[in-house]
Write a protein that binds this ligand. Structure first.
Ligand code: IMP
Ligand code: MG
Length: 176
């Protein structure tokens, strides 16, 4: 991809995404009924989805954010994941729901699940806006998924290419 990137068609409109957020928010509220829940968003990509989903969860919740990036993910399931901004809340004995933009190889997510378990979370689940299962090299699977996408480089609604396009109010892709 060069500087003359071509933005493709709209895959999901804001209206479709909010409709899905309503459904998942209701499901999460039901599944964790009577429990407290910590939502952990992965910066920066998940911020738009985090804002949508948190408003639709009617539970006693706290939120936090983490910045994690993975290296070597193309070649190995044990790609190194670096955490450059950590979660500040105490996770001991708490239900954690990771709010992700997209699950691709799954390397980042696998490591985050391990890490929150090491921090003694009572449970760790994942709510991803997008799932790209064709690229998975780990056996992680989001418990709550907005939409599945084909093997395209998707952008918008928080997702970037080279830090751009995060502000698009819909999900599109870059023409291959
Ligand atoms: P994974 O560890 O390979 O699952 O990487 C997941 C992270 O890579 C996501 O949270 C995104 O930040 C980024 N990513 C993966 N695929 C895409 C894409 O199609 N568009 C934009 N970012 C992506
Ligand atoms: Mg991400």
């Amino acid at each position: 991809m060069t500087s003359e990137n071509i933005v493709g068609k709209i895959l999901f409109t804001e209206e479709q995404i909010l409709k899905r957020a309503n459904e998942l928010g209701a499901q999460i509220t039901e599944d964790y009924k009577g429990e407290k829940l910590i939502l952990i968003g992965t910066l920066k990509g998940a911020i738009v989805w985090m804002a949508d989903i948190m408003k639709r969860i009617d539970l006693d919740t706290e939120i936090d954010f983490i910045v994690a990036s993975s290296y070597g993910k193309e070649t190995t399931t044990s790609g190194i994941v670096k955490i450059s901004k950590d979660v500040e809340l105490d996770l001991d004995g708490k239900h954690v729901l990771i709010v992700e933009d997209i699950v691709d190889s799954g390397v980042t997510l696998q490591r985050l699940i391990e890490y929150f378990n090491e921090r003694k979370a009572k449970s760790v689940k994942v709510c991803a806006l997008l799932d790209k299962p064709s690229r998975r090299i780990t056996d992680v699977k989001p418990h709550y998924t907005g939409f599945e996408v084909e093997d395209l480089f998707v952008i918008g609604y928080g997702l970037d290419y080279d830090q751009k396009y995060r502000n698009l109010p819909y999900i599109s892709y870059l023409e291959p």
